[in-house]
Ligand binder design. Structure first.
Ligand SMILES: [Zn+2]
Ligand SMILES: [Zn+2]
Length: 192
């Protein structure tokens, strides 16, 4: 165990105490996969993480021209639907998400807000003609969830390619970063 790990373990962003995180699945997700994801997110922030299953019909968020789902509208839905929970709520999706100015998004969140979304769609090896890799998919998924949560807790993008707050447009950038905040981002999380 490195000193750096010890640091993350002991601090756990004291300023965030009292908050909690809600992971909401939209669509079919394996129960173990969700529970393992929740465990990693919990360890990352040192905050309670709850899982919720949502059965909202997604067709109204579907853009037939783009054949994708509108991330901004989904975030608005989550903000409204979970407004009483006093938690950072991240919607987990399997479908392809977009925002108007981009071809697609892996995830999106409201800066210092209460909601975000992350999709598995662009994280699957199969999309890039590579063999299926469940472990890699799991790692990519929780990195992106931690990233979007970072935005809700007031963190901006980070230039450090190993930091979880580094933006990932391409899958290579997801793989390049670690599932943790660099010292700078970690410090900002403390100050929030
Ligand atoms: Zn981001
Ligand atoms: Zn950073």
């Amino acid at each position: 165990m490195s000193t750096r790990n010890e640091f993350y373990k002991s601090c756990k962003f004291l300023s965030l105490l009292g908050q909690h995180i809600l992971l909401i699945s939209f669509g079919q997700f394996d129960k173990n996969f969700l529970e393992q994801t929740a465990a990693v997110v919990k360890a990352s922030f040192g905050l309670p993480v709850n899982i919720s299953i949502n059965y909202e019909e997604l067709t109204k968020y579907y853009d037939p021209m783009r054949r994708q789902y509108d991330a901004d509208k989904l975030i608005k839905y989550i903000q409204f639907e979970y407004r009483r929970t006093d938690a950072k709520a991240i919607g987990l999706f399997r479908v392809d998400l977009f925002i108007p100015i981009l071809t697609y998004v892996i995830g999106q969140a409201v800066f210092k807000g209460s909601a975000g979304v992350v999709s598995l769609f662009r994280l699957k090896n199969e999309l890039y003609g590579l063999p299926k890799d469940e472990q890699l998919l799991f790692e990519r998924f929780y990195k992106e969830i931690i990233h979007e949560l970072g935005h809700t807790f007031g963190l901006s993008h980070c230039v450090n390619p190993a930091c979880v707050m580094h933006p990932s447009i391409y899958i290579e950038e997801v793989d390049q970063k670690e599932a943790r905040f660099c010292m700078k981002c970690s410090g900002e999380l403390e100050k929030e």
